[in-house]
Design a protein around this ligand. Sequence first.
Ligand SMILES: Cc1cc2nc3c(=O)[nH]c(=O)nc-3n(C[C@H](O)[C@H](O)[C@H](O)COP(=O)(O)OP(=O)(O)OC[C@H]3O[C@@H](n4cnc5c(N)ncnc54)[C@H](O)[C@@H]3O)c2cc1C
Length: 419
Amino acid sequence: MATRRSLLKAAALLPLAPAIASAQAASGKVVVVGGGFGGATVARTIKALQPATDVTLVEPNATYTSCPFSNSVLAGLHDMAQQQFGYDGVQRAGVKIAATQAASVDVDARSVALADGTRLPYDRLVLSPGIEFVWGAIEGYDEAAAQKMPHAWKAGPQTILLRDQLRAMEDGGLVVMSAPANPFRCPPGPYERASLIAYWLKIWKPKSKLLLLDAKDAFSKQRLFQNGWAELYPGMIEWVPLSQGGKVTSVDPATLTFVTEFGRHKAAVANVIPPQRAGAIARQAGVADRTGWCPVEPVAFESTLRPNVHVIGDSAIMGGMPKSAFAANAQAKVCAAALVDLLAGRQPQQPILINTCYSLVAADYGISIAGVYRPDNGRLVEIPGAGGVSPLEAVGGLRGQEALYASSWYRTITAETFG
Ligand SMILES: Cc1cc2nc3c(=O)[nH]c(=O)nc-3n(C[C@H](O)[C@H](O)[C@H](O)COP(=O)(O)OP(=O)(O)OC[C@H]3O[C@@H](n4cnc5c(N)ncnc54)[C@H](O)[C@@H]3O)c2cc1C
């Protein structure tokens, strides 16, 4: 009873807490670099939790183009307009927008230099710059080659290029994709893409096939994908794992040829998903390690290499959490709450985070994988038995239901991120 009474007392005090924090943190300045799923969410959430904090979001693009559901654009299931979001909602939340590139970070002076010459001082900096491609890691694959063999792994003009190449291909043409080794943005993404391209080929170019060259021997939701391929696209998708010559060592964009340790494959349409690392600004700021990604502690996601710099989303090493929009959004909310605490001189609370990755194998055929994570010994670890994947045997229209869940997840996460 005593416990219950003290709990009620604590709860009764809760409405006062923001006012107290407000006075303490009025001078807090937070700069956020990158207006994607991580950055836009952290900026909006800080303002929601603590309106007195001065929050500036640095993002050069007036419109964000979402990678989630960009595979549906390739399959003609989504328009590009459904992928695009502006920053009015972020501004309405009270966040200042600096519509330019962050050029460099001076960690000692605690300031960010913008491409237009302005300097933004900060108490805390959040970096959520996503990924950059390691051009040249596959010999012959550089920015010019991506105009012939699109990656479409940053959504936008590259998505349109790949979609239009598929549309222009003759029926019977071979589509060749390559997927990188771990870690990379969106572990199930290449396999969803193979599925949705096959979905589209089956309708429009039924004599065509898809070859997926992979630099690894296992992938996310593998049995679910492969069962779906056998059921929906028999004989259409061939997956070549690392141990059977899947790793692409070089490409020739002039002839759309992929070279592996075991042979050569000439494509009618070529999609190269290259190796990746943290966005360039993270490396410039000195928060990326030799892996190319950014180590962080698991409570406020502060860099373990530089003080007062927090890294979230794809750029960060988040232990067991995959690089997904769901994860970036979850990390952003935890980071926002932790920053409000830190700026008010309080200890941040130990978080619990969730991730769910939905994938479409066809328009009405969805599968998912979920995980729950908590800090343990300096890293985020998955709580055994708390997550799971879709069952291998689906009954009662489950796959159709999961496709609907995927769509409503997309509507929710984009509304939460961009307002
Ligand atoms: C084909 C595909 C399908 C996917 N599907 C899903 C899905 O179904 N579910 C899911 O959860 N995830 C999915 N993802 C993954 C998801 O897109 C990423 O995990 C997510 O975008 C990561 O968010 P982020 O904030 O780290 O980076 P981003 O969303 O990439 O945002 C980074 C932002 O930083 C900006 N930026 C970079 N450098 C600077 C700088 N120097 N100054 C200022 N701004 C800068 C960029 O302009 C960009 O707007 C998919 C990805 C792909 C490629």
